[in-house]
Design a protein around this ligand. Sequence first.
Ligand code: SF4
Length: 85
Amino acid sequence: MSIPFCKKCLLAEIDPEGVYRSVIELVDAMPEDKRCCSEEYGRRLGICRVCDQLSGGVCMQCGCYVELRAAKKSSVCPHPEHYWG
Ligand code: SF4
């Protein structure tokens, strides 16, 4: 039986020991100068959490796991409104 999750959950809540762990390993493998600081990472994910394009940890605009996309400093929100600013 799968664990129920809400559409607005991030992977950290849906699958902390599975896909999320793999995402965090990829984030940790990013060179530090390519990674967002924790404040910016949290800010981006806070915007994703209230975005109608988030579905179970995935951005429906691009198909990325938002916790991975948000970690890269040069990433932009793929929505035409560029929600991350
Ligand atoms: S469109 Fe932007 S703000 Fe919305 S889930 Fe995707 S990356 Fe996050």
